[in-house]
Design a protein around this ligand. Structure first.
Ligand SMILES: NC(=O)c1ccc[n+]([C@@H]2O[C@H](COP(=O)([O-])OP(=O)(O)OC[C@H]3O[C@@H](n4cnc5c(N)ncnc54)[C@H](OP(=O)(O)O)[C@@H]3O)[C@@H](O)[C@H]2O)c1
Length: 263
């Protein structure tokens, strides 16, 4: 299937590691030109080099903290300076901390909103006028299966990602006539540093090793294992393509069958 992604210009946020990195690599393999960002410059540069070496894609790497709007502006203007346009935006960020309601201060709540919701608003605000002008665009937000079935002990994620889902649905309707689609991908348990960190926290509480906790996190998934980042990236690449032109306003889980709900 020709995804018609050759020379498309993509910003993939929070993409030096994990899901963001896998999506950036997946888009580069299809011929897209990239802007990637993350906070740690050395890790980001290393990822940019690896993607260039494997795919020969153009990769612009801009160190940025997506919870800072000035940094988001820096990423978008850097991409526009280099490529003069933006076709695809993948909104991604680190995950908020683990805990229940009484564990967090109001400041913690503010930070979670800034990291996962406000970053999506700020990136989309900068990029949508460009996409509207092009009469084409793809926005893909990385959320969580928590929007389908809230996860105990992840109250910040459960709450803030629901906001992203509402935003995406509204944007999908407002911009559909400009051939701009807006969709969410909901990871279940995918093997990245984030899931290893969650497994370590669970292991500490249950008095076992992180490896044992990871194994048990895989065993109650119908597919019987934790997912691979590239399994999620495949959906992102498809949603970014012309082939996904009639799919908008959706939240699609990539979870090996974990979520029990019908919708
Ligand atoms: N993996 C899963 O199973 C899973 C499940 C549900 C939801 N999610 C969500 O999906 C998103 C990605 O998860 P992941 O598993 O890929 O995480 P990860 O492996 O920890 O990778 C996070 C990436 O984002 C960057 N990052 C983190 N905070 C950032 C910030 N403030 N500004 C810019 N870049 C930032 C990191 O680099 P720096 O640290 O250098 O900035 C790294 O490149 C998270 O929101 C996570 O909660 C993941």
């Amino acid at each position: 299937m020709d995804l018609q992604l050759k020379d498309k210009v993509a910003i993939v946020a929070a993409s030096s590691k994990g899901l963001g990195r896998a999506i950036a690599l997946g888009l580069a393999r299809e011929g897209a030109r990239l802007t990637i960002c993350a906070r740690r410059e050395d890790v980001l540069e290393e990822t940019a080099r690896e993607i260039r070496d494997e795919t020969s894609a153009e990769v612009l790497a801009i160190p940025a903290d997506v919870s800072q709007t000035a940094d988001i502006h820096k990423v978008v203007s850097g991409a526009l300076d280099k490529y003069s346009t933006i076709d695809i935006l993948v909104n991604n960020a680190g995950g908020p901390p683990v805990g229940g309601f009484l564990d967090f201060s109001l400041d913690d709540w503010r930070k979670a909103v800034e990291l996962n919701l406000f970053s999506t608003v700020a990136f989309s605000r900068e990029v949508l006028p460009v996409m509207k002008n092009n009469n084409w665009g793809r926005i893909i937000n990385i959320t969580s299966v928590a929007v389908k079935e809230p996860i105990d002990g992840l109250i910040l994620s459960n709450t803030v990602r629901a906001g992203v889902t509402g935003l995406a649905k509204s944007l999908s309707r407002e911009f559909a006539r400009y051939n701009i689609t807006v969709n969410n991908i909901c990871p279940g348990r995918i093997l990245t540093d984030r899931i290893i960190q969650l497994a370590s926290i669970r292991a500490g509480k249950e008095g076992r090793t992180a490896e044992e906790a990871l194994e048990s996190m895989g065993s109650d998934i119908p597919v019987g294992r934790i997912g691979r980042p590239e399994e999620l990236a495949s959906l992102a690449v498809f949603l970014a393509s012309e082939r996904a032109s009639y799919i908008t306003g959706t939240s699609i889980q990539v979870d090996g069958g974990l979520v029990k709900g019908l919708f």
